[in-house]
Design a protein around this ligand. Structure first.
Ligand SMILES: *Cc1c(COP(=O)(O)O)cnc(C)c1O
Length: 402
């Protein structure tokens, strides 16, 4: 049976019931374990997408399922009118993993970015004569809500939804001089991803982030890093910026934080933390269920050696993929740890991704020339070996059909 044989019914119901906002692969996923997922026909796949960098502990990790079950028996939700233990416990772990800061919890990456934008604007009001402009990078992705979309310089995403909030300027990524030139008296912050994810895994060159940190210090504007995709151990460090020996003033996180349960957060150093009661809020933000999941994820990453695993298995995955390059149009691999972009020398990424499904591997095509791999941090050598064999067969199929 070929992948997707059993999903005709799903597609027909989707067409009737769901807004057509997504282009889906012809597969319905029903269960999983570790880095393996099973579809509605009972076929198993090695999952190198992990819900788009979300399922950092893979599927059905007992630490997450048990934390969720235990918390659900006590208290699922309480609102932020009251104290709850899981929210404080998770904040403690986050601050310990990152830098001295305080945390605001929300429910998604875009929401974390919205919180950071509001915080930067207020900081500019209080500390920089009302400066409210945020310098962002071309190729960035910060989410789909209006503010986050205004920060995302992608004409196709933005055009149908004009007018967008003002006060964002976009300069070349990886270019400290362009950032320095864009900062003026109206600027309150610089916001960027340490590795651009959605545009196809584009890292900053070594030293660039430290240079941008110096510029932000010199010019007295906030440095805000969007680590929604790069964070939670994916690059082999808790947070990608730690490799550069710098600390941002504000950091946005989400995706992997809840191990699959929706949760996001903004973290700010004390000097940037200008929000007071009434400024910002979220009904669900930091609810006990999501925070219990986040707490379990952080504990498991820390005690399960998963930062080390992300680094070493990421290198192994990278090397194994490059060993296919003799027979496949693989140019090079960008990124680090378990955040990898496979750059192709031919416009075949969507075909390879579709063929990979047939061979039991889930990968994500970005544009025509990049495959993105953001697998669970629990990925094993067996998973890699199986996935690379499947990808080899997928490349061969695509080559054969020209
Ligand atoms: C995915 C992503 C977002 C948006 O997160 P959502 O949870 O989809 O709103 C924001 N920033 C970055 C860097 C992302 O990768």
């Amino acid at each position: 049976m070929t992948a997707g044989a059993g999903v005709a019914g799903y597609a027909e119901r989707e067409a009737r019931l769901l807004m057509h906002t997504y282009t889906r692969q012809p597969v319905a996923l029903v269960s999983g374990n570790g880095a393996r997922v099973v579809d509605s026909d009972g076929r198993e796949y090695v999952d190198l997408v992990a819900g788009i960098a979300v399922n950092v502990l893979g599927h059905a990790h007992p630490a997450v399922t048990e934390a969720l079950a235990e918390q659900a028996k006590r208290l699922v939700h309480a609102s932020n009118l009251y104290y709850t233990e899981p929210q404080l416990a998770l904040a403690e772990k986050l601050v310990y993993s990152a830098f001295p800061s305080r945390v605001f919890f929300c429910n998604s990456g875009a929401e974390a970015v919205e919180g950071a934008i509001k915080l930067a604007r207020k900081w500019g009001k209080v500390h920089r004569n009302g400066a409210g402009t945020i310098v962002c990078a071309k190729g960035a992705f910060h989410g789909r809500t209006l503010g986050a979309l205004a920060a995302t310089a992608n004409a196709r995403y933005q055009e149908p939804f004009q007018p967008l909030p003002r006060g964002f300027v976009h300069v070349a990524y990886n270019d400290p001089a362009a950032i320095a030139a864009a900062i003026d008296s109206s600027t309150c912050a610089v916001m960027l991803e340490p590795i651009e994810g959605e545009s196809g895994v584009h890292p900053l060159d070594p030293g660039v982030l430290a240079e941008i940190r110096r510029i932000c210090d010199d010019r007295d504007v906030l440095l805000m890093l969007d680590e929604v995709q790069t964070g939670m151990g994916r690059t082999g460090d808790w947070w990608a910026h730690q490799r550069d020996g710098i600390t941002p003033d504000v950091m946005t996180i989400a995706k992997g934080l809840g191990g699959g349960v929706p949760i996001g957060a903004v973290m700010a150093v004390p000097r940037a933390d200008v929000l007071v009661p009434g400024d910002h809020g979220s009904t669900f933000g930091g609810n006990p269920l999501a925070c219990a999941a986040g707490d379990a994820v952080m504990r498991t990453i820390a005690h399960g050696g998963l930062l080390e695993n992300a680094a070493t298995i990421g290198d192994y995955l990278s090397e194994s993929l490059m060993s296919l390059a003799a027979a496949a149009p693989i140019e090079r691999i960008r990124g680090r740890g378990l955040m990898l972009g496979v750059a192709l020398s031919a416009d075949v990424a969507p075909q390879v991704s579709a063929a990979a499904l047939e061979h039991g591997v889930i990968v994500n095509a970005i544009g025509k020339r990049t495959l993105r791999l953001v697998p669970p941090l629990v990925l094993t050598r067996d998973d890699v070996d199986l996935a690379v064999r499947g990808l080899e067969a997928a490349f061969a199929d695509v080559q054969a059909t020209g």
